[in-house]
Design a protein around this ligand. Structure first.
Ligand SMILES: Nc1nc2c(ncn2[C@@H]2O[C@H](COP(=O)(O)OP(=O)(O)O)[C@@H](O)[C@H]2O)c(=O)[nH]1
Ligand SMILES: [Mg+2]
Length: 252
């Protein structure tokens, strides 16, 4: 575990071989929130893999028409309907429904590897971090390279990360991944406002601004296993810059 204590937040990097205690603590203390919009082809396998690892799974459905919500309910998981404003709004809606000390956010398209959840949660359980982000830059990505869209995403993400690092004197590598673990009380204290996927950078900025400890672990991002991304980078890139400026400059 490396730690950089030079800024407001500490950077914790860890790759952990989870022991029995960690597995037990996860079954008692972790809720996994999965925002899902038309992800039935991949959701079933994810639920099957994640359910034995954690206390609860909460699926936030984006008015799916492919049976996503029915599938999750059929497996006995709580399903919330989002308000149609976007993934960030869907994640915010889940916050009041979490009853465990640790929350993990994970996508439903097969990009995130459930086997990395223990490593995400471990630094929090060891009290070395309050919020741990999975990094595609440390763990590699099968989605972030190759075309112009990918180039835009990677360049934009790196720019945002560099701004955050400069502002808080930290050394994060990935500011945009949706795969993260956070203490639920910290999550509630952030006062999140973003409706889109801009919520990922908002969560990191507000964590650091409030002096909480930010960590990262390497995690490979797999290619989406079915369907296509809900994000059209060319249409929303300016929202990331506006959100970045707003949260870096504002006092809250
Ligand atoms: N509930 C809900 N989930 C969404 C919405 N938009 C995207 N998602 C989910 O958020 C996750 C990430 O979305 P995705 O399209 O894969 O974005 P990308 O990984 O950045 O290309 C997936 O599980 C989506 O189903 C939305 O408006 N509402
Ligand atoms: Mg995806």
């Amino acid at each position: 575990m490396e730690q950089d204590k030079s800024g407001n937040g500490k950077i914790a990097r860890s790759q952990l071989d989870p022991g029995t205690d960690l597995r037990q603590a996860m079954r008692e203390q972790v809720t996994v929130v999965i925002p899902a919009k038309d992800e039935a082809p991949t959701l079933d396998a994810i639920l099957g893999e994640v359910a034995p690892m954690v206390r609860e799974i909460l699926v936030v459905d984006g008015s799916s028409t492919d049976g996503t919500a029915e599938l999750a309910r059929g497996r006995g998981h709580q399903v919330l309907q989002d308000n149609g404003k976007g993934k960030g709004a869907a994640m915010r809606q889940a916050i009041l429904h979490i009853h465990t000390p640790i929350t993990v956010f994970m996508d439903a398209d097969g990009s995130h590897d459930a086997r990395d959840i223990p490593a995400l949660v471990a630094p929090i359980l060891r009290n070395e971090a309050d919020h741990v982000s999975a990094s595609r830059l440390l763990g590699g990505s099968s989605e972030l390279h190759g075309g112009f869209d990918e180039f835009l995403r990677l360049a934009g993400s790196s720019f945002v990360t560099a701004c955050i690092n400069r502002r808080f004197r930290v050394r994060l590598s990935d500011s945009q991944n949706g795969f993260r673990a956070i203490r639920t009380e910290v999550l509630r204290s952030l006062g999140l406002r973003e409706d889109l996927t801009t919520i990922e950078q908002e969560m990191i900025i507000k964590t650091l601004k409030r002096g909480f400890r930010m960590g990262e672990i390497p995690s490979h991002e797999h290619a989406r296993k079915s369907g296509s991304s809900h994000i059209q980078v060319k249409r929303v890139w300016h929202r990331y810059l506006l959100s970045l400026a707003r949260h870096l400059l504002s006092k809250t």
